[in-house]
Ligand binder design. Structure first.
Ligand code: HEM
Ligand SMILES: *[C@@H]1O[C@H](CO)[C@@H](O)[C@H](O)[C@H]1NC(C)=O
Ligand SMILES: *[C@@H]1O[C@H](CO)[C@@H](O)[C@H](O)[C@H]1NC(C)=O
Length: 364
């Protein structure tokens, strides 16, 4: 199968009964001291996260060597040289030969074959593979490849069973972004705002029952949006079975369960006149706050999972959240001031009442 960039191609045999993939990649060098790499990304069709095999002439012997490298997120930053280390994927064997046999030498345009035998995850025949080539290897550390559009489009997703190519990459990326935005807004912003509405606006006499309608509308809308985001999350989980973000998933499920409980509980809300109402209210508060806390924590987990822990998106979210917290503190202080003033007035009223009633009692 010809690949979409760098005149590369691959050929493979897949053994479904033992999930073994024998693959050979054909690539070309672009300089006598360059490198050619091919690898598999268990998560998505991109460079970061790829487990790569990189071929280049050994700096000491001049013979072709093929070494394994993991392209973790720090590689793109180029803070330190890329060092070879064992792969986490099930690599049974690998080798590389220069086209033209043992006497051939690396030169610009020299063709290389990289062989690999891999054991895939059972029943998962769709793989993301990634390839590239660079001008120079420093010691045993390949240095950055050119970054033209052509060199950056050297990723593909194929089904090794049917041979079809899938456009999984951009789909998953959009899905991730949509999942992130929807959930940050619903679980991370709207639900907390709804809780704040109930906590502080109910005491504002001028508003009457309006706080209740605002609270109910915000929470129902947030939960609806959150359910959509949650469903997209489940779908994303299915699309990347190679990786399990344990904590993010568990927190997501927990938050969704609490949210559902909270919504279901609305159906069983006792009348204000019954004595069960106060138990229901405590329950409603407890589950509600737990849901808000889990939701917000999981938004931060999500930034972690997407590798966006230092992004403007996270900064934006932190700013929104801290604004909300600032408003909460102000409202909380305000509520206390009002509460204390009322308590004082109450006390004053009581003692006045006492002053009025006591003389009578004294007379009696
Ligand atoms: C020293 C090693 C490497 C460095 C410093 C490096 C650096 C980078 C950088 C900075 C980009 C993004 C460029 C942009 O968006 O403008 C990129 C993209 C890419 N790299 Fe590398 N790279 C290295 C090794 C590799 C290897 C070994 C492969 C493949 C086997 C590879 C495949 C790709 C691919 C396919 C892209 C485009 C897709 C993507 O951004 O995820 N890179 N690389
Ligand atoms: C898988 O099966 C193929 C042929 O059916 C065989 O050649 C290969 O050695 C097997 N691989 C493993 C790892 O068992
Ligand atoms: C893979 O699929 C086959 C049939 O579709 C099934 O019999 C087998 O149990 C599956 N294996 C795993 C590990 O899911």
């Amino acid at each position: 199968m010809p690949l979409p960039s760098q005149q590369a191609s691959i050929a493979w045999t897949f053994h479904p009964h033992n999930a073994t993939l024998d693959v050979v990649f054909f690539g070309t060098f672009i300089s006598p001291s360059g490198w050619v790499g091919w690898g598999i990304n268990p998560t998505s069709a991109e460079m970061t996260g790829t487990h790569a095999l990189i071929a280049f002439p050994d700096p000491n012997s001049g013979q072709i060597v093929l070494l394994p490298y993991i392209l973790d997120p720090t590689v793109k930053l180029q803070r330190s040289p890329l060092l070879s280390r064992p792969l986490n994927i099930h690599l049974l064997s690998s080798s590389a030969t220069l086209y033209g046999g043992g006497m051939a030498t690396v030169h610009n345009g020299a063709t290389i074959q990289i062989y690999a035998s891999l054991k895939l995850v059972p029943n998962k025949t769709k793989i993301h593979h990634v390839w590239n080539r660079g001008l120079y290897v420093q010691g045993y550390s390949p240095t950055i490849h050119p970054t033209t559009i052509n060199d950056l489009s050297s990723t593909a997703t194929i089904d090794v069973l049917s041979g079809t190519t899938g456009a999984g990459h951009s789909n998953i990326k959009t899905l991730k972004v949509v999942h992130g935005i929807i959930n940050a807004i619903s679980w991370g912003i709207l639900l907390p705002i709804g809780a704040v509405t109930a906590r502080y606006l109910r005491h504002v006499q001028a508003l009457g029952p309006a706080w209740f309608y605002a609270h109910a509308a915000i929470q129902l809308f947030a939960f609806f949006l959150g359910t959509v985001g949650f469903a997209i999350g489940i779908r994303l989980g299915e699309l990347s079975p190679g990786r399990v973000y344990g904590l993010h998933r568990k927190l997501g499920f927990a938050a969704f369960c609490l949210g559902s409980l909270q919504t279901l509980a609305l159906l069983f809300r006792p009348k204000t006149t019954t004595k069960y109402r106060k138990y229901w209210k405590s329950y409603h508060h407890f589950v509600g706050y737990a849901c808000v806390v889990l939701g917000v924590v999981n938004v931060f987990q999500g930034f972690e999972v997407m590798g966006e822990s230092r992004s403007y998106a996270k900064l934006g979210y932190c700013l929104s959240l801290s604004t909300l917290i600032g408003v909460c503190i102000a409202l909380e202080v305000n509520a206390w001031v009002i509460f204390c003033r009322k308590a004082k007035e109450e006390k004053l009223r009581r003692s006045e009442e006492n002053n009025l009633t006591n003389p009578v009692m004294g007379a009696a």
